[in-house]
Write a protein that binds this ligand. Structure first.
Ligand code: CA
Length: 234
């Protein structure tokens, strides 16, 4: 599988700096999406997955710190590199406190920014690689074969799984006992920038319950965590 280009959202209202960032990031091989104010940023964040956000603090409408805080409150863990015009230590502390991963003060050295960008993206990738399960996984009467894309259900039926179904199951199982956010599901299973509707994930989950839960109304294995995501327990 060819690796997709990391996708970076640049939130910056100064046109010249924005253009410089975009150009340099593209030369480094990143895919760049632009937002020139906070509202546009939130809208873009809601409609695609990003590997990193470069976020200016001083924006015409919302400020970068509030946007960051808002994302973290909603369990969006996208890495954020904050930019500030002022050399204000208070801003730096507040930004980091509210969930930014790194911080640069303008004017900054472009080389340094690119290095930090690469580091943040790399770190995020590592966090996402979890304990992996083998090709087959058993729980209760159920067996999933992730490689063959088949499963044996709670009542002994053989069913075929789509590739995406198998990927979602694997993601849930590998994070057993932990909530997997919708954001993460979209990123891992659907990949970059091609998002299905929320209903699509719900339909997958409904199918899983039909397959693997004796009582699909009272699931034992596959749980919904309202407004956040899903969790597998055994
Ligand atoms: Ca600004």
């Amino acid at each position: 599988m060819a690796e997709a280009k990391p996708n970076i959202l640049v939130v910056e209202d100064e046109p010249n700096l924005h253009e410089a960032l975009k150009l340099n990031l593209e030369i480094e091989g990143y895919e760049v999406t632009s937002a020139y104010d906070g509202t546009e940023a939130l809208q873009k964040i809601g409609s695609a997955y990003f590997d990193l956000i470069i976020m200016d603090i001083m924006l015409p409408d919302l400020d970068g710190i509030s946007i960051t805080e808002n994302l973290r409150v909603h369990n969006n863990e996208v890495p954020i590199l904050m930019l500030s015009a002022k050399n204000a230590p208070a801003d730096k502390v507040l930004g980091l406190k509210k969930g930014a991963d790194d911080y640069l003060t303008k004017p900054f050295n472009l080389e340094e920014l690119l290095l930090r960008v690469a580091k943040l993206i790399e770190k995020n990738k590592k966090i996402q690689i979890r304990e992996s399960v083998g090709d087959q996984y058993r729980f209760g009467n159920n067996t999933i074969d992730f490689k063959a894309l088949t499963a044996v259900t709670w009542n002994g039926l053989n069913v075929a799984l789509s590739k995406k179904e198998a990927m979602l199951l694997k993601l849930l199982v590998e994070n057993r006992g932990e909530v997997v956010t919708r954001e993460k599901i979209l990123q891992v299973v659907w990949g970059y920038n091609v998002f299905p509707t929320t209903r699509t994930i719900d339909n997958f989950i409904l199918n899983f319950r039909k397959y693997f839960e004796e009582d699909s109304r009272n699931p034992r294995y596959i749980h919904s965590v309202r407004g956040v995501g899903y969790k597998y327990t055994d």
